[in-house]
Write a protein that binds this ligand. Structure first.
Ligand code: 4AD
Ligand code: MG
Length: 475
């Protein structure tokens, strides 16, 4: 039985076996207390070994980090902080860990833990983060399933650049020692995947649209890749994205879906991950104590999550946001690093001002200038803006990007050419606007940015089990 379940049992001296990793061992010859964790919960179960029950040699091998199985009677606990504990009769040591085991019971820095990424799963913090990550992933599927969406698997290897941003990783099957050469002697990458240039997908959207224009409501949930060399706390080279796409949805419906969806999954975590969230909240409160008063956050982690779930997101257009920024103190005092004017791509300092200082709640910005957005977005009547939407979150910035899609064949074809995409490369996408085109919309939620928000962690590398960043690809 997993420790999570064992801790809920009524103790009546039934025999149980606990398997897990030793967090701490204390006590002397008369009695030894071993705290064991198996990752099923943040809580440890305590095994009590009375002197003489287990031989000295075995007991010596039980130390922080060792893997053990303890068999004994489940009894009521007097003082372990849990209702039950195991009165040991037998201890088996599966694997020892000497004093060089890096996860000793003390506070480690995140930098240190990132270097020990293979063992950081065995800390309370990362256990909590990855259990919450799992719960959020489950809630994503549950939300879409319960709302009539179909999970569509879109390809990882693709020949199209969905975002048109040129941030793709090449996929190649040619012999690196003997690659195909162009006439000038350089490597001919157009030949790289059985005679086609292909890359790892940056987004499943274009394929998702094909699905939506038949199944009406679909979503994708898969890994996506961006070859952007940005070393920030918000960017990964490999991240997971959830992309719903819905036929007959206009921008307003898309905004409502984004809000319902995000609030649902956060509520799910609040209801199902209470112990892990309480642990992370306590950890954050301790960190906050070291900060000057004016930098401390007004709300605790759980208060912040509840606030987002209970309050409607602010909705405004890009143009209105620019007006607010132009009237703002940091603009007037020239404190923004990037000056504000209509047409700029909003930087994170601008987004954070709007969300954290001005509205103090999540914001949905819409109708961005078409020049700074992707070719597939539906054009507004004014000829200047498109039916785009970005959802901005406090402490995170952009968590969702999406839009209503251009459904007019001629307009889409013109825009495709204008931005320099060869229509031949996406003929299949364009053709959906020739046969039974329909208004439709969708968006992409960066899953790690959601996990960052819910766990209160500060670096995106700490919410994905195996972060892929410019410096991190060892395992
Ligand atoms: O805004 P993006 O680039 O939008 C798309 O890819 C659309 N095709 C989505 C759609 O409409 N179906 O990315 C969507 C989200 C961002 O809002 C952000 O949360 C996340 O993906 N994201 C990243 N997360 C981590 N690391 C990166 N390098 C990211 N780039 C984008
Ligand atoms: Mg975006």
């Amino acid at each position: 039985m997993q420790i999570k379940e064992l801790l809920k049992q009524t103790p009546n001296e039934q025999e149980v076996t606990v398997k897990g990793w030793v967090r701490t061992k204390r006590g002397q010859a008369a009695v030894t207390f071993i705290a064991i964790n198996d990752g099923s919960t943040i809580n440890n179960i305590q095994a009590v070994v009375e002197g003489g029950i287990v031989d000295e040699e075995t007991l010596k091998l039980v130390s922080t980090g060792a893997c053990v199985a303890v068999t004994g009677k489940l009894i009521a606990s007097m003082g372990s902080g849990q209702a039950v504990e195991v009165k040991a009769e037998k201890v088996v040591v599966y694997g020892t860990a000497d004093e060089t085991f890096p996860m000793q019971p003390k506070k480690h820095s995140m930098e240190f833990l990132r270097e020990k990424a293979h063992l950081r799963f065995r800390t309370n913090t990362f256990g909590a983060v990855f259990r919450i990550r799992h719960a959020l992933a489950y809630a994503v599927h549950k939300f879409y399933n319960d709302n009539g969406f179909f999970y569509l698997h879109t390809p990882i290897i693709t020949a199209s650049d969905a975002e048109g941003a040129g941030e793709m990783f090449h996929v190649t099957n040619f012999d690196l020692a003997n690659p195909p050469k162009a006439e000038d002697g350089s490597i001919d990458y157009s030949e790289d995947f059985f005679g086609r240039q292909t890359s790892l997908t940056v987004s499943g959207q274009l394929e998702g649209e094909l699905g939506a224009l038949a199944l009406s409501k679909i979503y994708t949930f898969g890994p996506t890749f961006r070859a952007e060399n940005s070393n920030t706390t918000r960017h990964l080279a490999e991240f997971w994205m959830i992309e719903p796409e819905v036929a007959f949805y206009e921008l307003e419906d898309n905004m409502a879906l984004a809000e319902d969806f995000v609030q649902y999954v956060i509520r799910y975590a609040l209801e199902n991950c209470a112990e892990d969230l309480a642990f992370l909240e306590k950890r954050l409160l301790e960190e906050e104590k070291n900060k000057p008063q004016n930098e401390r956050s007004e709300l605790s982690l759980i208060e912040k999550l509840k606030f987002v779930v209970e309050n409607k997101f602010e909705r405004l257009t890009y143009t209105e946001a620019i007006e607010i920024l132009l009237r703002s103190k940091p603009h007037k005092e020239k404190k923004f690093q990037y000056p504000v004017e209509w047409g700029i791509d909003l930087q994170s300092e601008h987004e954070r001002y709007l969300v954290e200082k001005h509205f103090k709640k999540p914001v949905i910005l819409t109708n961005y200038p078409k020049e700074i957005k992707a070719f597939y977005m539906k054009q507004d009547e004014d000829g200047k803006t498109v039916r785009a939407m970005d959802v901005l979150f406090p402490g995170i910035g952009e968590i969702i990007g999406g839009s209503q899609r251009e459904d007019d064949y001629e307009k889409l074809l013109t825009r495709t050419k204008e931005v320099g995409i060869d229509p031949e490369n996406i003929w299949w996408y364009l053709e959906t606007r020739k046969f039974g085109s329909a208004p439709h919309s969708g968006f992409g939620l960066g899953f790690e940015r959601l996990v960052l928000f819910v766990t209160g962690m500060t670096n995106i590398r700490d919410v994905i089990p195996f972060p892929r960043t410019p410096k991190n690809a060892e395992f």
